[in-house]
Design a protein around this ligand. Structure first.
Ligand code: FAD
Length: 423
């Protein structure tokens, strides 16, 4: 990306990370009149980023945390099933255990009510926050408001999720319960094996999340953001906080304000600044069937097997799994093949075509919501990470909120639930 200079009105902000959170933040900081630098060793929209390979859901009504009452009942069942949605590599268990205990702790009803309200508060403005950016970037085709469908093989599937449906309704999310015939009318591409469904008509999807990140990055660059291709190793400290970043190429980059939006790698940077945050990579997989045309129009989730089938602009993507194995263990791409095996019976016609497999690192907090806050000790550092399973949904809103914080303006969303000291 080439740099275009723009006069600085408010000073400089350096964003670490160019995934969806980083590029949205860069765009909104520019709107506030900041000079913007983005530092990342990966290219925006590239496969290294979690933002590249997600399922594409952009869902204003997403307000169901991963840790729900009763989750403990399901964990042994999921772990025992070699094809189940949850995997903990045994050697990694001691490392993940404290996080997992906090995850279970977050499943208490009073806590879930608070988390759910926070999720809704963040996500409800996702369209409003993305649309102006997409318009400027010329990629409005990357937001499709087609709804989202959760399908069950049994006739009374939604009854099992009554608490979650109640939460959605209490937050004003439109929920339709469908029977077998209504599922067929809505999504004829699905095989007739589903007998009940929850349809959320207001949800949306992005048919190419990698292209979205790349387009928003290019938009920021056109408006003057400078992209520095390097990895941040650490900070040079001044009396009031970081005064420079130490980069892996040996450069010492002077900074005024810093945003940490480094996805699953963020907690290590925050730790260097004195904030210890319970944080894990929740590794997820996808298999991409390039050119496959099942006729599927709506992002469809198997509520029984916990995977997502997303129609993408270049084929069909099956995504899912949560694997605890850390940032450095090699991917087990057989998980992607298992996703395909599970998804095959879902469609009337599935011509697999060219296949590619991917693993990405979801940046996970145990309570399913991100950290959007200043560093505890340093006002010139803003955290914007930990979006877990919802970073695409939360990307643009987070970018806007961070830009408001950087400009010392009141934030459009109450950020109390997202504070770094909540753990
Ligand atoms: C299978 C799967 C399906 C998903 N489906 C959805 C979905 O449908 N909807 C949804 O909203 N979310 C979904 N998600 C989650 C979503 O993809 C993530 O929450 C989101 O991409 C996180 O974005 P990010 O910008 O924080 O992280 P990333 O996209 O991972 O970007 C972080 C960037 O920081 C850079 N970085 C790290 N360390 C440093 C450093 N020291 N110096 C410089 N740069 C650094 C990295 O190189 C990377 O480019 C899914 C995730 C997975 C795995």
């Amino acid at each position: 990306m080439t740099a275009v200079s723009q006069p600085a009105r408010r000073g400089k902000v350096t964003v670490i990370g160019s995934g969806i959170i980083g590029v949205c933040t860069a765009n909104y900081l520019l709107k506030q009149g900041f000079e913007v630098e983005v530092v990342d060793h990966a290219l925006p929209g590239s496969e290294e980023q979690c933002s590249y390979g997600n399922a594409g859901g952009i869902c204003p009504g997403s307000c169901i945390p991963n840790s729900m009452p009763g989750v403990m009942k399901n964990v042994p069942k999921w772990l025992m099933d070699p094809e189940g949605p949850l995997i903990v590599r045994l050697s990694y268990l001691p490392h993940a255990l404290p996080w997992l205990l906090r995850f279970l702790e977050a499943s208490r009803k009073p806590r879930v009510d608070v988390i759910s309200a926070a999720m809704r508060a963040l996500h409800r403005y996702t369209y409003e926050a993305y649309e102006p950016l997409m318009k400027e970037a010329g990629c409005e085709d990357l937001l499709q408001k087609r709804g989202q469908l959760f399908v069950y093989e049994s006739a009374d599937g939604p009854a099992g999720g009554a608490y979650g449906l109640g939460l959605r309704r209490s937050h004003g999310v439109k929920v339709d319960i469908l029977n077998a015939g209504e599922i067929r009318d809505l999504e004829p591409a699905l095989a007739p094996i589903f007998n009940s469904a929850v349809y959320l008509p207001e949800q949306g999807q992005c048919p190419n999340p990698g292209r979205l990140v790349a387009s928003l990055a290019a938009n920021a660059t056109r408006q003057g953001a400078r992209y520095i291709r390097a990895k941040v190793k650490g900070f040079e400290m001044g009396p009031d906080g970081p005064k420079a970043l130490r980069l892996d190429n040996g450069t010492v980059l002077p900074v005024d304000k810093v945003v940490i939006a480094a996805g699953a790698w963020s907690a290590e940077l925050a730790r260097q600044l004195g904030d210890r945050i319970p944080f894990e990579t929740e590794r997820g997989y996808h298999i991409m069937l390039k050119g496959a045309d099942t006729g599927l129009k709506i992002q469809t989730i198997s509520a029984d097997k916990k995977f997502v089938a997303s129609p993408m602009e270049d084929g069909l993507r099956i995504a899912g799994n949560v694997e605890f194995a850390g940032l450095n263990a090699p991917a087990n791409l057989e998980r992607a093949d298992i996703l395909l095996k599970q998804a095959r019976p879902m469609f009337r016609n599935l011509d697999v075509g060219e296949v590619s497999r991917w693993m990405g690192h979801r940046p996970g907090t145990p309570d399913s919501i991100p950290v959007i806050d200043r560093a505890t000790r340093f006002r010139n550092v803003i955290y914007a990470f930990g979006h877990g399973h919802q970073g695409l949904i939360g990307g643009a809103v987070t970018g806007k909120l961070v830009s408001e914080m950087a400009a010392d303006l009141p934030t459009s969303v109450d950020l109390k639930p997202f504070r770094v000291n909540r753990f």
